[in-house]
Design a protein around this ligand. Sequence first.
Ligand SMILES: *Cc1c(COP(=O)(O)O)cnc(C)c1O
Length: 360
Amino acid sequence: MSRVYNFCAGPAALPEAVLKQAQSELLDWHGKGLSVMEMSHRGDEFTSIAATAEQDLRDLLGVPDNYKVLFMQGGASQQFAQIPLNFLAEGATADYIDTGIWSRKSIEEASRFGNINVAASAKEYDYFAIPGQNEWQLSKDAAYVHYASNETIGGLQFDWTPQTGDTPLVVDMSSDILSKPLQVCRYGMIYAGAQKNIGPSGLVVAIVREDLLGRARASCPTMLNYKVAADNGSMYNTPPTFSWYLSGLVFKWLKEQGGLEAMAKINHAKQALLYQTIDASDFYSNPVASNARSWMNVPFRLADAKLDKAFLAGADERGLLNLKGHRSVGGMRASIYNAVSLEAVEALVAYMQEFEKERA
Ligand SMILES: *Cc1c(COP(=O)(O)O)cnc(C)c1O
C-alpha cells in the first residue's frame, strides 16, 4: 500500500494515524464485538464516543461553558439557510461580508429569508484583498454579522477578527477551523462543514452561544432549529455516528500533536514555504494581498496556462494529487489542511521547482 500526498480541497486528507485506528477498530470497537456504524446512537458506547469528541473539541478550542457544541447534518451549505431561520426575525436585517464564492452563496441563501445588507465586498479588489473594517457599512440594528474566515476557492483568509460590539458575529470556518488557536468568546456562532479540517463529510459542527438559542422563527423546521439540537444533545434524530466518531479521533490526534498552538506553527511553516516558492519565481504566481493569503488553500497559476496539463500529469506521477484549481478559477490550488504534512508541502515545492527548471 502506498499513500499519496493529497491536496484535495474537500473531502480532504485525514491523518493516517486516525485512519489506521479506525481500521483497527472497524470490526470490533473496544472489545464490544461490533462496529461504531452498527451501534445504537443512544447506547452507552456511542454516548461515550460522542461526549468524548465534544469534550476534546472544547478543550482544543477552549470553548466557554456558555456555548453549545452541535453536531449536525446538511454540511455548511445547509447552515446558510439555518442561520437566518434561527437568528433573523421576519422583517429584520442581517449584515453579510462578501469575500468570495462561499460568502456569496451564504448571502444568496439568506436573502430568501429576510433583508440582507452586504456591508462590504472584496469585489472592489477583484477578490484579491479583504476590505478593512473601516470600509464596512454595518447596519444600525443588524440581527447578526456573517462572514467566511477563509474563502476556500479564492484562497482569501481573514488574519483578524471583526469587531461587532453587541451584534453577534457569525462565522463560516469550514476550511480553517482548528488550524490555529481561536477566541471563541468573540463570536455568537462558529460553524464548519467537517470534510476539510475536522473529519469525513456528512457532518457540520456548530458552536453557538446559549443566549442565541430559542430565537428561531415559528416556521423553522424542527430539524433545523438549533435549540432542538441543543436540547437533544444533537440527537433529535439519528446523527451521522461514524463521522462523529472519526472526527473524535481527529480531535484526539490534534491533542497528541500539541493542540492548536502546535498546529499553527506547522501550518505557518507550510504556507510560508509554498508562498515563498511562488513569489521567488516568475513562473508561478498568486495574486492575493499578502495579509489576506490563506494558510489552508493556496491557489497559484503557471505563467503559461498551456502547461497546466503537463504540470498536473507530472504531479500525479509523483503522487501529488488533486492540485487542479476550482473550475471557476482555473490554475492550481494546493489545499494544505492540518492533515497535510510539511513533508507533503516540501515534496510539492521540490516538484514545482523541478518543473519550472524543465519548462520555463
Ligand atoms: C466547503 C465549504 C462550504 C460548503 O460545505 P458543504 O459541507 O459542502 O456544504 C461552505 N463554506 C466554506 C468556506 C467551504 O469551504
